[in-house]
Ligand binder design. Structure first.
Ligand code: ATP
Ligand code: MG
Length: 250
């Protein structure tokens, strides 16, 4: 569903993504972890065609993102790290706009838009301008937009940021349900509990390189951290030894 080969992205002399190879299979939930500045958001932008790679290639549902951009984008839904909603559209108008962009039939939109607003507990906000929405409400609206066109591949950059516990639980259950139906999910997250509970495989990126990739069991084996939870594995793989020395400044 997502095939990444030799992907490189440089910004001037800085290499943000330094040669990434990865395949994400249909129905798989892949969690992309790594310290701030590791290159996760850059990778998301390369997968979704928002940035052009310096080298390498990304295919989504078989379409080369750089060449068959429109077909690839049609198969994808993106939740960016900052939820963007046109401020002068109401919640319902935003969803209608997204639906039209992706060619969702009008009859489907009439049925689905009220359902999706209800699911995210935004029914009473459907007629309000998005500029009056809180961060979490905008995040939920963007997620509702994606469910409206129901793409085969979801690419999500920190989708849980700003969601209250009930909404976060809802979104987790939605992801699991979608994956069961065959949707492929690529998700950047700093929330290790989500990665642990939701993801079939986890990749850890540091300074543009994926230094570990696999199930939690496989990561434990790679980092020789038997019995530790993901936090222990993550700290060990990303330089946990230095961590204790940081507290000396306190
Ligand atoms: N447009 C840009 N121009 C120059 N450098 C950039 C640009 N975008 C990203 N970078 C650099 O690329 C590196 C990776 O950034 P990126 O946003 O991909 O990190 P990230 O893993 O998503 O971090 P975070 O966890 O903080 O979201 C950083 O060093 C960043 O400064
Ligand atoms: Mg980021």
């Amino acid at each position: 569903m997502i095939e990444i080969e030799g992907l490189v992205k440089r910004f001037g002399s800085h290499t943000a993504v330094a040669g990434l190879d990865l395949r994400v299979e249909p129905g798989e939930i892949f969690g992309f972890l790594g310290p701030n500045g590791a290159g996760k958001t850059t990778t998301v932008k390369l997968i979704t065609g928002l940035l052009k790679p310096t080298a390498g290639r990304v295919r989504v549902t078989g379409f080369d993102v750089a060449v068959q951009t429109l077909q690839a984008k049609r198969a994808m839904g993106l939740v960016p790290d900052e939820p963007f909603v046109y401020p002068k559209l109401t919640g319902a108008e935003y969803l209608r706009f997204v639906g039209e962009l992706y060619g969702v039939p009008l009859a489907d939109m009439r049925r689905r838009i009220p359902e999706l607003l209800e699911m995210f507990e935004l029914s009473s906000w459907g007629g309000e301008l998005a500029e009056s929405f809180s961060h979490g409400m905008r995040q939920k609206l963007v997620l509702a937009g994606i469910l409206l066109h129901d793409p085969k591949v979801l690419v999500l950059d920190e989708p849980m940021v700003g969601l209250d516990p009930k909404s976060a639980r809802l979104v987790k259950d939605i992801f699991l349900r979608l994956a069961e139906r065959g949707t492929t999910i690529f998700m950047c997250t700093h929330v290790l509990e989500i990665a642990e509970k939701l993801c079939d495989r986890i990749g850890i990126m540091i300074e543009g390189r994926m230094i570990a990739c696999g199930s939690l069991e496989e990561l434990r084996a790679q980092s020789r951290t038997d019995g530790l939870d993901l936090e222990g594995v993550f700290l060990s793989l990303t330089g946990g030894a230095e961590y204790s020395t940081l507290l000396r400044f306190l």
